[in-house]
Design a protein around this ligand. Structure first.
Ligand SMILES: [Zn+2]
Length: 168
């Protein structure tokens, strides 16, 4: 009987989920022709049905593209919930809030002339749609526009900013 480990490394859990997604995408795109019977390891006495390499590549690239979009959605949701760019930098594995913002905006793929370099999210405090221009300016009101007049969250951020000036 197969052992079911109570704990699997998270990367392994993700790997199994992506394998399933890739197999399903290949099945939908190619049908049975997208698969081959291959030995699971060199010298194996049996074969397993595996996606062919090129359809598997196509599917893996689609999974990567979709995951990237979901990561960017999650960044916006975290900003909406009040997580700062500096806090997101830790999770994203980048150095500082500005680097986190660049991850959210995405790479300059040559289409930047029409791309607005802003991130949008709905404020958890005032429920207005906020345009977030990144952590480049010191004053919060210069980074985020769209909060309702008197938004408690925005006022707290402005007060915290002003407090750093009072300390000088
Ligand atoms: Zn607000």
């Amino acid at each position: 009987m197969a052992e079911t480990p109570e704990y699997q490394p998270l990367a392994a859990v993700a790997g199994f989920a992506v394998d399933r997604a890739v197999a399903e995408l290949v099945e939908r795109a190619e049908g049975p022709a997208g698969f081959a019977q291959v030995p699971p390891y060199r010298g194996a006495s049996y074969t397993r049905k595996m996606p062919r390499p090129v359809p598997a590549l196509r599917a893996a690239l689609l999974v990567r593209h979709v995951a990237q979009g979901k990561a960017q959605d999650a960044i916006r949701a975290a900003r909406a919930a009040g997580t700062s760019w500096a806090e997101l930098a830790d999770t994203l594995g980048v150095d500082g809030g500005e680097a986190a913002y660049r991850v959210a905006v995405g790479p300059d793929d040559g289409w930047a002339w029409y791309q607005r370099q802003d991130v949008y999210w709905r404020c958890s405090a005032c429920a207005e749609l906020v345009t977030d221009s990144g952590p480049y300016e010191a004053h919060p009101a210069n980074n985020e526009t769209g909060h309702a007049d008197g938004c408690a969250r925005h006022l707290v951020e402005i007060a915290a900013y002003q407090a750093t000036w009072d300390e000088l």
